[in-house]
Ligand binder design. Sequence first.
Ligand code: MCN
Ligand code: CUM
Length: 800
Amino acid sequence: MASTAEDLARSEKLGGVGCRRKRTEDARFIQGRGHYVDDIQRPGMLFGDFVRSPHAHARIKAIHKDKALALPGVHAVLTAEDLAPLNLHWMPTLAGDKQMVLADGKVCFQNQEVAMVVADDRYIAADAIDLVEVEYEPLPALVDPHQSMAEDAPVIRDDLQGQDEGAHGKRVHHNHIFTWEVGEKDATDRVFDEAEVTVREQMLYPRVHPCPLETCGCVADFDKVRGELTVHLTSQAPHVVRTVFSQLSGIPESKVHINAPDIGGGFGNKVGVYPGYVVATVASIVLGRPVKWIEDRIENLSTTAFARDYHMTGELAATKDGKILGLRAHVLADHGAFDACADPSKWPAGFFNICTGSYDIRTAYARVDGVYTNKAPGGVAYRCSFRVTEACYLIERMIDVLAVKLGMDKAEIRLKNFIRPEQFPYPSALGWEYDSGDYHTALKKVMEACDYEGLRREQQEKWEQHGELMGIGLCTFTEIVGAGPTRNCDILGVGMFDSAEIRVHPTGSIIARMGTKTQGQGHETTYGQIIATELGLPADNIIIEEGNTDTAPYGLGTYGSRSTPVAGAATAQAARKIRDKAKKIAAHLMEVSEDDLEWTGEGFQVKGVPDQVTDMPTIAWAAYNNVPEGMEPGLEAVEYYDPPNMTYPFGAYLCVLDIDRYTGETKIRRFYALDDCGTRINPMIIEGQVHGGLTEAFGVAMGQELPYDAQGNILGASLMDYFVPTMMEAPSWETDYTVTPSPHHPIGAKGVGESSHVGGIPCFSNAINDAFTRFGITHVDMPHNAYRVWRTLHELGLDR
Ligand code: MCN
Ligand code: CUM
């Protein structure tokens, strides 16, 4: 860790932890030399494309393939009937449910995969899709999750009829997936019964989609002679995919090769296994040719992992002077037609129980009911940290609602209820142990930087003197990232450790591989920085590789901002193993005892004798020709790291916006984001992550949603309708930081990849709601687009 001036200078020289090292991967990206899955060409490669359902809910009476098969260039039309003998017409989901790979007798959401046409190229496949005739018998569609458990609600999942045990306990209705409860219900009810003040608010976190620039896709290549399957695919978690593919296909895991090439944005959209991967693989096995499948934009937006769709009720109980005593939360979670949430296995609502946020709330109870509807599956994606986005939105909105009710300032109520620095490690009421934090310092720094008092005065004057509406939003969030300890986190039974393997070559250059997979986060740059600092060798001579299951050690992948907390820790630990061995070699070379040596940051010196020093390149060379008696040659190490706890990054954000009373148009005047992710590996990359997360937060808060009409038609599954902010719309961001290291992470780092999204969304929403506070409004739902803001203005009579 760069602490002293000398450390900092060394860090700059080596490209180590703490310096603003330029992204090594960008050399290829900005020159158009990235290598994405759609760049892969194989001899004889075919293209698979889906026939999809126009109906949200329908029985399939017949599928006629003949006309499609007769089209020159078409090699196969695969349906569930073809997959059934292989038992591949259904597949397990990460949430313990199962999902149709191809429609098995019925379809349950619009654009569901019905058949795959495999043809010489994409264009022939598209023509053939039109020639596949599917006879549907439409069924009533269930769109509103509030109606899912009505007595006469349509049965969506025929396959689950009569099953009253689900993956997460009792099912009480044919469209019920699970009920997950946490906290003390009776004690919480008592706190509410006796409290001086209570507030309650219903809020919808709408269905949105991460919409990565690169859609999902794969190239499946089965080698009949060797009996080996290679799949190149856009996966955030390639090792898990290898295990699942081996289990599904019966091909030994050693003969399944998963390779994730460069990824053009994942954002959680590329965690799960999609029907396209499975059918392309079957097609390759059946036809003996490589098969490519690449989604188009509409397919991506309408069928692969959406996010949120949480219908939440939040309640707070407090004293008259604003001390919060209890929290109660209820969520109706719309999971679509299959529960395919990408959560750790035991967490059907992810880490929603972080919903007490940054506040010292001693009594709490939360309950989440998951239900089926005729919509696409998913729910956990989009910089979400496993439902932390929803939890953070709930608590950050409710804090404001309570402040309004009490007539208290929104900063003051936060400062009053924050967990205090001396309370860490802090056991939360809903079962987490926060590792470290200093929330007061963070918020005060932001208030000072933005002149919070001055802004409040300006807001008052603007209204009183000019009738102008201004909103000031605060968000002081705590995240939980770095899943996770294997004792409580697994994916389909595989514990959520992560890994690093580091090899130091004789000349001191290094290749290192991790079990994670970058999708734009800059891992090739930052893991190199950790190793450079730990081993005193320049980062520019360190190559970082991820994503190829043949070479990388088994890891659980990149999502939930876990790469730094878990694989980053593994990297530091593996490097330290190497340093331990290097020390022995140095002692041997210098003919002194190991105990007489100390680490200089670039080698070992005899304690107190700066001119008796052996640097790391010398040691690396000796590792291959002159090691102590009995030591094996070479200089490498592997670490599988099981974190003792999650990490709890936090931040304090402030948003200032002006609303045009007559049009509902909003202008973000200022957005100030202070993040604390512990030790900062690369400040420039952190700022980039924060900018990206905030831009997506702006998208979600101000315009994104994936609505469905009453028949279950998805509205908004194209970029004509779905709002993806660009430089043109996004405001400019101001970033700041404090550093509160994680006490249990080897270098004190916490994750940061999702923080600004988690914290940004409520900050925008709080700012919009804040503009309406004086009119008695406590909550309006997202997205806060001009039409909706105008509607509120109109209802208040302010637009006239
Ligand atoms: N970092 C750092 N110092 C820290 C923490 C992180 O310098 N204290 C750096 C890391 O070294 C890494 C980056 O910040 O280069 C993000 O690290 P981390 O917080 O560990 O998150 P992950 O690498 O695990 O990335 C996952 C996270 C998630 S879950 C989503 S979703 C998301 C996000 O990252 N998707 C992204 N950011 C994204 N950024 C891009 N460009 N593309 C995506 O798909
Ligand atoms: Cu929840 S989106 Mo990220 O964890 O890949």
